[in-house]
Design a protein around this ligand. Structure first.
Ligand SMILES: Nc1nc2c(c(=O)[nH]1)N[C@H]1C(S)=C(S)[C@@H](COP(=O)(O)O)O[C@H]1N2
Ligand SMILES: [Mo]
Length: 217
């Protein structure tokens, strides 16, 4: 048996050097400009406010996040406990089903995978239902909730999240349409079966992937 050494040519030597230098790996996890804007969307510079018209006034001292359902370790976090969890910073785009998208939003908060470490969902947990203080609900598949960039955020652009945008803390699942990102977050329930939330009952899609234009069901 002989070793399969690659033919020694100028190109293979170049390729080996590129590999060792990590050439062409930009570290840019964003899609190309063409793929970055989902179909049917247009870019905005401001950040519109959309909700049911009730904006609950939840002071951090009174805020609580209850996480339960199919988990081994249900918890209710007050503000201090929430802020004591590992803190994560991300930058992501947001896409609203009403066709606006906004690029490069800087977020601070707790990554959902750190919450999952805390509550330990069991094997039957396949869906998540998010609850807001205004009575709003929205459902997401477990895998989307657990995605790398998904968070519970408390700051945008380096400043505390405003009441209008769901402060003191909201969900953020940036790879789905923004209606899946519940504002004024109050509860997270892990479920075995998918349960339609507020807009999903009213005809919106159960998953809401902007690149697949999953706007309505
Ligand atoms: N609690 C709560 N969360 C909510 C909503 C709501 O009415 N209540 N509206 C959803 C919808 S339809 C959208 S488009 C986004 C808008 O978030 P924004 O106002 O920060 O842009 O919030 C989502 N999260
Ligand atoms: Mo929306």
């Amino acid at each position: 048996m002989t070793d399969e050494t690659p033919p020694d040519s100028k190109l293979t030597r170049s390729k080996q050097r590129w590999a060792s230098e990590h050439k062409f790996i930009t570290g840019d996890v964003n899609r190309s400009a063409h793929e970055r804007l989902p179909p049917g969307q247009h870019l905005v510079r401001d950040w519109p406010v959309l909700d049911l018209g009730r904006q609950p006034d939840v002071a951090p001292e009174r805020w609580e996040l209850k996480i339960g359902g199919l988990v081994d370790n249900p918890v209710t976090l007050d503000w201090k406990a929430f802020m004591a969890l590992p803190q994560t910073r991300t930058r992501s785009d947001m896409h609203c089903v009403t066709t606006w998208s906004r690029y490069d939003n800087d977020w601070n908060g707790v990554a959902t995978h750190d919450l999952l470490d805390l509550v330990q969902p069991n094997d039957e947990a396949a869906y998540v239902l998010l609850h807001g203080y205004d009575g709003y609900t929205t459902n997401v598949p477990f895998a989307d909730f657990a995605a790398e960039a998904a968070m519970i955020v408390h700051a945008w652009d380096g400043k505390p999240l405003t009441r209008a945008h769901g402060g003191p803390a909201r969900a953020l699942i940036p790879h789905l349409y923004l209606w899946k990102s519940a504002k004024w977050l109050k509860g997270i329930d892990f479920l075995a079966a998918d349960q339609a939330g507020f807009w999903e009952v009213n005809g919106y899609h159960m998953r809401g992937d902007p690149w697949a234009e999953e706007r309505y069901s």
